[in-house]
Design a protein around this ligand. Structure first.
Ligand code: GLN
Length: 499
């Protein structure tokens, strides 16, 4: 790891290492493309929007595909982290990932049904390579005790949200008002900016994340062979599927994928505790990260309703006409990143303020609060549904309030979790542990697709029972997290991790 880039005098980007700028803009464009496209996805797969019909899949199928997609995007972060750790190094993984994402969005821009799934597969694979590894590089820009680390992650979180605002604004408008594939193409153009920017300014990262772990040449060769075979296998499955040689019900697939993710998480944490040879302090940290993992998975299962059940509700039951102007449905997604940018500094300040008075809640408690806010957001939606049952469409204020509460939840949970995983993970498992953080998002994504499908299966009638259930779950998990937080705290310092 390069000492010069971790030097406290390296302050070229708002007082932070100049390499953060490169990562900031790469992530910004990546998220622009990801969220821009994601805002259109379910609308496109179901009946489309006024004046712009989409495909004719049912709400349940479309939500399942959305869930599988969101789940895959984040699940592939696990192999993505591993590949960076062992074969490519983080920097190369980010670059290759960015190129594959660009290809994916341009594939989606082709106005054919057959290439649709292929485009999604490319974006998912590319994001798996990029997303966890770019976050790992952020962590590596700072030495272990550098005070700027957390605020570095806050700045990085800004880039995510500035990117998604751009995406919703541009892709949302083009996709809904001009043509779906224009929206998808715009996401590709955005990502192309991201790739170019990364190539031009990659040198600012210096050695941070440049080299993979030192492993024997022979082992590495075996890894590469195994990887090659896996890619070949996946390619065969995808291509034969596109050719129509096999097909599978998306809901069935989503359910099995969910089961797979649960089992995988259990096995991985079991391995870390019992077989990975961790020190006692490292185990304490992993136990705390496990709690955060459960909280985060539950949280994202609600949060990701935004581009699933909530966007369908918005299209069908929310009034978006203001005078002469009717806003694109996906523009309602814009408020989440906007609120993040507006309120992130406030939350960062709040933790410091409380910290000075020794009142800063520990991480599992913060996650519990995040889930309570998630539940409150859904309670607001339950009211909105009640009103819509009486007279539809309803005003947009319900949605705004729900997204505000969900964003507050996100701000108590997500930047904290990202930073915690980069800091408390056993060092030699860093790439994979960032992958595990994203595995929580993956599980959340699939659950969101399945639950969103159930919620929108029979119009307004089916929404409230599902949202009610969610509220109970979130409150129950929050209670457990808060109760356990008194017993399970991470070991704050760890000599091994501090090396
Ligand atoms: N909004 C954040 C991002 O895009 C977190 C999303 C997630 O982890 N599910 O990075």
């Amino acid at each position: 790891m390069s000492a010069d880039l971790q030097d406290k005098n390296n302050t070229g980007f708002f007082g932070h290492p100049i390499g953060l700028r490169t990562l900031f803009f790469t992530e910004m464009w990546e998220r622009m493309s990801y969220y821009g496209m994601r805002g259109l996805l379910v609308l496109y797969m179901t009946m489309g929007v006024a004046g712009n019909p989409g495909m004719d899949w049912s709400n349940v199928q479309a939500n399942a595909i959305y869930g599988i997609y969101a789940g895959m995007v984040y699940f592939l972060a696990v192999p993505g982290g591993w590949i960076a750790d062992n074969i490519l190094g983080y920097q190369k993984a980010v670059l290759i990932g960015a190129i594959i994402i660009t290809l994916g969005h341009f594939t989606l821009a082709i106005p054919l049904q057959q290439t649709f799934i292929l485009g999604l597969v490319f974006v998912a694979i590319g994001t798996g390579l990029l997303k966890p590894n770019i976050s790992s590089i952020v962590g590596q820009l700072y030495s272990y005790n550098d005070q700027r680390r957390d605020s570095g992650f806050t700045i990085f979180y800004m880039s995510i949200n500035i990117g998604s605002m751009l995406g919703f604004a541009v892709c949302g408008w083009l996709g809904e008002k001009v043509g779906w594939h224009w929206g998808f193409g715009a996401a590709g153009v955005g990502m192309l900016f991201g790739v170019t920017q990364f190539i031009l300014f990659r040198h600012h990262l210096g050695e941070s994340g440049k080299y993979p772990n030192q492993i024997k040449e022979k082992t590495k060769l075996n890894y590469i062979r195994g990887l090659g075979l896996t890619v070949l296998l996946i390619a065969t499955i995808v291509v034969t599927g596109i050719m129509g040689l096999w097909s599978i019900d998306p809901v069935y697939f989503a359910k099995r994928f969910r089961d797979f993710l649960v089992i995988l998480s259990i096995i991985y944490f079991f391995y870390l505790f019992f077989l990975a040879g961790l020190t006692v302090n490292e185990k304490k940290n992993v136990l705390m990260l496990l709690l955060l993992f459960v909280g985060a998975a539950a949280f994202w299962s609600g949060f990701d309703q935004s581009a699933g059940s909530l966007i369908i509700f918005t299209r069908d039951h929310v009034n978006l006409t203001f005078g002469e102007f009717t806003a694109p449905v996906s523009w309602t997604q814009f408020v989440n990143p906007l609120f993040v940018v507006m309120f992130a500094p406030f939350f960062a300040y709040l933790w410091v303020f409380l910290g000075k008075r020794n009142l800063d809640p520990n991480m599992p408690i913060k996650f519990g609060i995040g889930l309570i806010l998630m539940a409150l957001g859904f309670i607001v939606m339950i009211f909105a549904v009640k009103f819509a049952l009486v007279s539809s469409p309803v005003g947009v204020q319900w949605l705004l309030l729900t997204y505000l509460l969900h964003t507050f939840g996100e701000l108590t949970l997500s930047p904290v979790g990202l930073s915690a995983f980069s800091k408390y993970s056993p060092k030699r498992y860093l790439g994979q542990m960032m992958g595990i953080w994203f595995l929580a998002s993956s599980l959340g994504g699939v659950l969101a697709g399945l639950l969103g499908g159930e919620a929108t299966e029979s119009g307004l009638e089916s929404i409230s029972p599902v949202f009610n259930e969610l509220v109970y779950y979130y409150l129950a998990i929050a209670a457990v997290l808060i109760a356990l937080s008194f017993f399970i705290k991470g070991a704050l310092t760890d000599t091994k991790a501090a090396e």
